[in-house]
Design a protein around this ligand. Sequence first.
Ligand SMILES: *[C@@H]1O[C@H](CO)[C@@H](O)[C@H](O)[C@H]1NC(C)=O
Ligand SMILES: *[C@@H]1O[C@H](CO)[C@@H](O)[C@H](O)[C@H]1NC(C)=O
Ligand SMILES: *[C@@H]1O[C@H](CO)[C@@H](O)[C@H](O)[C@H]1NC(C)=O
Ligand SMILES: *[C@@H]1O[C@H](CO)[C@@H](O)[C@H](O)[C@H]1NC(C)=O
Ligand SMILES: *[C@@H]1O[C@H](CO)[C@@H](O)[C@H](O)[C@H]1NC(C)=O
Ligand SMILES: *[C@@H]1O[C@H](CO)[C@@H](O)[C@H](O)[C@H]1NC(C)=O
Length: 834
Amino acid sequence: MSVFGIDFGNLNSTVAITRYGGVDIVTNEVSKRETTTIVSFLDEERFIGEQGFDRYVRNAQNTIFLLKRFIGMRIDDPELEIERKFLTCNVKGDEEGRLMFSVNYCDEEKCFYPEQVLAMMLQRLRTYVNEAATTDPRVRADVRDFVITVPSYYTAEQRRLMYQASEVAGLHCMSLINETTASAVDYGIFRGTSLKETEEEGQVVGILDIGYGATDFSVCKFWRGNCKILARTFDRNNGTRDCDYCLYEHMVNEVKERYKVDVTENRRARLRLLQACERLKYLLSANQSAPLNVENLMDVDVNIASFDRATMESLCSGVLDRVRAVIERGFVEAGVTREHFHSIEMIGGGCRIPMLKRLVEDVLGRTPSFTLNASETTARGCAIVAAMLSPKFQVREFKISELPTYPILLGYHAENPRSPSAVPFLPDVNKVVRLLGAADSYPKKLDVRFPFRGAWKLYAFYDYENALVKEMVLPGRYVIGEWDFGAPAKARGSVQEMKVRIHVKPDGLLEVEKAEAIDVYEVEVEEPAAKSAEAPAAPATGEAPAETEKANEEAPKMVKKTKESSLPVSVKPNLDIIGHKSESIVGFRKAEADMHERDCRIVRTREKKNELESYILDFRPRISTGGMLADYTPADAAADFVRQCDADEQWLYEDGENASYDEYDKRVQALRAIGDAANHRLRSREDAEFASKTFRTRMAAAAKKAVDFVGKKEHVTEEELRAVAAKAEAACTWADSQLAAMHAAAKTAETPITAADFERKAVEMEQEVNKVLTKPAPPKPKEEKKEPETKAEEDAAAEAEDAAAEAEDAAAEAKEAAPANEETPAPRADVDLD
Ligand SMILES: *[C@@H]1O[C@H](CO)[C@@H](O)[C@H](O)[C@H]1NC(C)=O
Ligand SMILES: *[C@@H]1O[C@H](CO)[C@@H](O)[C@H](O)[C@H]1NC(C)=O
Ligand SMILES: *[C@@H]1O[C@H](CO)[C@@H](O)[C@H](O)[C@H]1NC(C)=O
Ligand SMILES: *[C@@H]1O[C@H](CO)[C@@H](O)[C@H](O)[C@H]1NC(C)=O
Ligand SMILES: *[C@@H]1O[C@H](CO)[C@@H](O)[C@H](O)[C@H]1NC(C)=O
Ligand SMILES: *[C@@H]1O[C@H](CO)[C@@H](O)[C@H](O)[C@H]1NC(C)=O
């Protein structure tokens, strides 16, 4: 029982899991708390996350990076030009102009939409979550419910694509959340009662997230259990990577001058220098100066011994200005002056860079705060929101009031509009109403009334005259919703109006919850003085009034009254208006499952191939003449084994290089049949040898114990003690003869005596001794017990013990089953947030 949250980043993604105990960051296969958002295709295999990053530079052309910037991108988007300087693989457009990455995979050119690549990444992150959620290794966890971050400026289409990517990965995305809002939740919920009680007294906190590719700033007001976003500003094209790029441009010239090499001509060299600049920036965050070294960069060793932080800062002044503008715009839009800020919390990779800290200090007039964990707060906030949305968890209440980025309009066709409006991209629309203004907070539900006109269409679209919409949304991508309404059932009176309930969901997407036609009709009712039982109680269905009328028939004094009832109207959303068509999603999902299966098969096959290789290397020298297992293998089998090894080895270099799992397995099995058997014979002889030594020691101890007991108890006679001691000593002779027989036997046959035989015999003898020692003191001395009896008792005791163990196992199982059952009556687990 867990849910999780993903902070989806341009560079790194971070995952947090919520379970009974609270919220934890999930680590990846190399125990890192952040995983690079990257997928690299090589031959027939996909390398995702950490493994993809390892192959990035070598395989740049087939590696997809910076995914977040491409979700929903069209090939004619001017943003693509900005992105080209970082882009390493090829892109192309599909017939609708959607961008696809083109890579070489399985020996041919394959194209993937960014959303498909995101699904690959999600699939990988999910394995980390399942690993973390697995408490009992026999039961694999399958956690599907999650919440993922999006930049606040993602459009409705991009948001829908995020859901579709989750679907392709076989996951259930409960909601999306804006990046900085997630950290606002992390900030507000843990402060609990230390926050003021009312909105008026609330504290204004800025959350500044300087990420790899973008900068986001939110001005939030916090009071107990609440967070209201007052303003949200961003620069989607300036983050820490632009600092790297400024350094890189400088270094390109430096390298050209000093070494006469143009790095820009070579993709791989370009990337290596860019990465070296990133490292340099990192070093300069701690030091005033640092070196830049890149070996063998297009045949030269670049070595710039000392580079100053001050130089970097002057090179990056353009980026600093952009970040400053984002913060200052936030101040203005929120209408909050810097004195009225409680603090500005810095998060994201940028908060480690001194010049950015100084910048914030300069704008705010105070040092910024770092109370949130810069790289993990967003994922944590996300996991908390996931728990809030899940019926399985009980989370302290926390309300978020969001601010829309893009104003939304509704448009339709009216019969005779008094003041018609024209929408350039919707020819049949002649009437427009405003659904959401820039200052409206939401989530909310609105009932909008329209004049009635039979079956009709309603459109929702971004306010194309809004400056931000013009800047951020491609023309042609404005429409975000389209609904077809049916005609209502027959009305009793006249229908002049329709009422449509529109839900602006917290994830920023729209939904029509229901639509009704307003039926206005007249009825005759008794004069109110008599009785008013038939008040306009149930306006629900159209049929109800018929009966009402009958009931009123005999009423003496009647008056006419106007009544309203709602007639349900069918609503059909056009789901294909944004995002991929649902058939495509089914196809993508199948393709993803196939690719996943192929990856697994490749890994399994590679492991089997390695097993064959190492078995040959280990066992051939052992079984060859003079090897430690040579004597333990029948001569013909040994010769056969060595021959097989030689053949397999040859085969591995030739036809067997890319063979199937089954072929490797068949060969491994054939070798093991000989090698493992010989090994087993050697081991069991060694074990028997060793066991015989232990046996001797135990027998000596048992004999001594018996002799030492002489005179301790009156009813235990010296005679019987010495007899049993002698018997124990005699057992050693038995052991010697057994060993001798083993040594005499052919080594190529199974050993006649095993360690288990010695163990059994030792236990038997020890029990015999103990029996004498613990003989109950009877009034008259008893005779020594006969062997068969002892044996029977022993067996009985062993049986009893087994039964006890079994019972214990059963109890343990019952206990484990219990938590699973608890889930059914839906107890809500408290998430510990303190
Ligand atoms: C995020 O921000 C956008 C734009 O400001 C808004 O429409 C949306 O409701 C917000 N919330 C979520 C969960 O995306
Ligand atoms: C950073 O500076 C410290 C001391 O000033 C020095 O010891 C260290 O070597 C420097 N590190 C690098 C990578 O230059
Ligand atoms: C970031 O800002 C700088 C300075 O204005 C600009 O030169 C650069 O192009 C921006 N980065 C991107 C990716 O647009
Ligand atoms: C991204 O993750 C890697 C480790 O996975 C880490 O070394 C690096 O610092 C992270 N980068 C940022 C900007 O957080
Ligand atoms: C965030 O928390 C993790 C784990 O406690 C820690 O390793 C990391 O250094 C923290 N990061 C920051 C920036 O405080
Ligand atoms: C096996 O695959 C590799 C890489 O695809 C290829 O270079 C090699 O020729 C193949 N070998 C055989 C025997 O098919």
